[in-house]
Design a protein around this ligand. Structure first.
Ligand code: CO8
Length: 260
């Protein structure tokens, strides 16, 4: 499908979605959110694709937030719609069987930081700047920032960032758990692709089940999470991939997983 504000490239089981509105530092307008949803849905229906890297066009911005010129026009009713749309798409990314890696290549502010936080893993360039500056605009985050940020960095640090609007560097973001690794800018995409390739080499049913257990477990009690793990573990032990993985190990060869 042709898009105006994103590019989608696929290579083997790895897809890259590049948000591309360079004149607005890749800010998310309504059309971009819709395109992101369409692209994600299309990739979810593509049998090959298992890992998606989300990044921003150019070397300055991942995504500099929701589009402020669009938001400025929104009254209470429009704002609810915009917020609900964003939540729906980010939740789709978060709950999808696709494993998502945010390659944060520059400013990830407001909705941009929220998009990165909806991804499963966040890699950042050492030039990245992350933050939730909404209070500087007299608003609050509307794409999950007040909820996902404290879950990642803890209540105090989240409130410090949310209340001050301060930006943190890639290094600082890693030190507080907002991103998972930092690399020199030129190495960011190769490192994200390397991780994607590694995930692709593992059992497809297993990687989906790991994501599901971790995500649902963090949303529930330890007891409920452990019960979920027992269910997923026993189900996956009925798979052909389990047989192939263990046979390959014992035969000292690489497994040839089929996702069955
Ligand atoms: N929206 C629209 N345009 C933007 C945005 C944005 N978020 N960010 C940058 N731009 C535009 C600028 O207006 C400018 O356009 P022009 O060249 O036409 O003047 C161009 O991009 C380049 O930006 P700057 O000249 O400002 O570049 P600097 O290097 O000087 O500064 C910054 C870079 C620091 C990133 C600066 O652009 C900035 O502060 N941007 C805004 C960041 C921000 O506040 N983001 C949060 C937005 S609100 C939000 O995300 C809420 C999400 C939830 C929505 C829920 C809906 C209800």
């Amino acid at each position: 499908m042709a898009y105006n504000n994103i590019r989608v490239e696929t290579e083997g089981g790895l897809a890259t979605i590049t948000i591309s509105r360079p004149k607005a530092l890749n800010a998310l307008n309504a059309e971009t959110i819709t395109e992101l949803e369409q692209a994600y849905t299309e990739l979810e229906h593509d049998d090959m694709t298992r890992v998606v890297i989300i990044t921003g066009d150019g070397d300055k911005a991942f995504v500099a937030g929701a589009d402020i010129s669009e938001l400025k026009k929104a009254d209470m009713f429009a704002a609810r719609q915009i917020s609900e749309r964003g939540h729906k798409v980010f939740s789709q990314i978060e709950t999808s069987d696709l494993i998502s890696i945010a390659a944060v290549n520059g400013f990830a502010l407001g909705g941009g930081c929220e998009l990165a936080m909806a991804c499963d893993i966040r890699y950042a360039a050492d030039t990245a700047k992350l933050g939730q500056p909404e209070v500087s605009l007299g608003i609050i985050p509307g794409y999950g920032g007040t909820q996902r940020l404290p879950r990642l960095v803890g209540r105090g640090k989240a409130l410090e960032l949310l209340l001050s609007g301060n930006m943190v560097s890639g290094e600082e973001a890693m030190s507080i758990g907002l991103v998972d690794a930092v690399f020199p800018a030129a190495e960011l995409m190769p490192k994200a692709k390397k991780l994607g390739g590694k995930i692709l080499s593992k059992g497809p049913l297993a990687t989906v089940a790991v994501k599901s257990c971790v995500r649902q477990g963090l949303d529930s009690s330890l007891t409920a999470g452990c019960a979920l793990e027992i269910s997923e573990f026993s189900a996956i032990c009925a798979s052909e991939d389990k047989n192939e993985g263990m046979t390959a190990f014992l035969e000292k060869r690489s497994p040839d997983f089929t996702g069955k």
